[in-house]
Ligand binder design. Structure first.
Ligand SMILES: Cc1ncc(CN)c(N)n1
Length: 217
């Protein structure tokens, strides 16, 4: 069977893709041996990531070429703004994150870089461009989280972060998102496909660097 557009994007993003999806940070998270300080720092920065990520989902919603796609995207927006948001609030309580760090933490350079990629794609990108960045953010998370052992970490903050990213609804969403980029990507000319590839590669490096910034090893 021939490669889909997203298979091609991913292959052309190696070795960064593998570095982002089998990082020592996620290996430790899955094994239940990630230090609480590392998880706290990561989640504080990730909450800032989620702000721009949500705006990027909104950009996809606005730029989509059909109503059925808008419905799929709005389902994902509902998850980010409900179960994922309450997860952050509970995790911040459990990890004793200060009010200042919940709202206005000092941003790590890896957060700044990822946010500016998302904000720029939101402001200037086409629908396929936006999808390219979203696909990396969601597919890479699905991939590491699917490596979860049968016995999840006892720590509920770690366990829940894993299941948020490998549950059947999330698997279905990532499958849809990839299919959507395969659909609209097939219509692009070579120049526009190359721009999607550059965005995909940039987002993959951002994912790798985000984990590296919080890995104490
Ligand atoms: C950095 C990052 N990338 C992706 C995801 C999954 N939406 C996330 N929560 N954080």
């Amino acid at each position: 069977m021939s490669d889909t557009f997203t298979d091609w994007l991913r292959k052309r993003s190696e070795p960064d893709w593998t570095a982002a999806t089998s990082h020592p940070f996620t290996d430790a998270l899955l094994a239940g041996r990630l230090p609480a300080d590392a998880m706290r720092g990561y989640l504080v920065q990730d909450y800032q990531f989620v702000d721009s990520f949500l705006a990027l989902l909104g950009s996809a919603l606005a730029k989509a070429d059909r109503y059925a796609s808008r419905l799929e995207i709005s389902n994902s927006i509902a998850v980010v703004t409900s179960s994922e948001n309450t997860y952050f609030q509970r995790a911040f309580e459990a990890l004793e994150v200060s009010a200042a760090d919940r709202k206005h933490p000092r941003l790590d350079p890896s957060t700044v870089e990822f946010r500016s990629l998302m904000d720029d794609t939101n402001a200037n990108g086409s629908y396929p461009d936006v999808l390219a960045v979203l696909v990396v953010a969601e597919w890479s998370y699905l991939e590491w989280a699917m490596g979860a052992p049968e016995r999840l970490p006892e720590d509920s903050i770690a366990a829940e972060w894993i299941t948020l990213h490998n549950n059947p609804q999330f698997q279905r969403w990532v499958g849809w998102l990839r299919g959507e980029l395969d659909r609209v990507g097939a219509e692009l000319d070579e120049r526009d496909q190359a721009r999607c590839l550059r965005l995909f590669q940039h987002a993959t490096r951002c994912e790798r660097d985000f984990f590296a910034a919080h890995w104490p090893g």
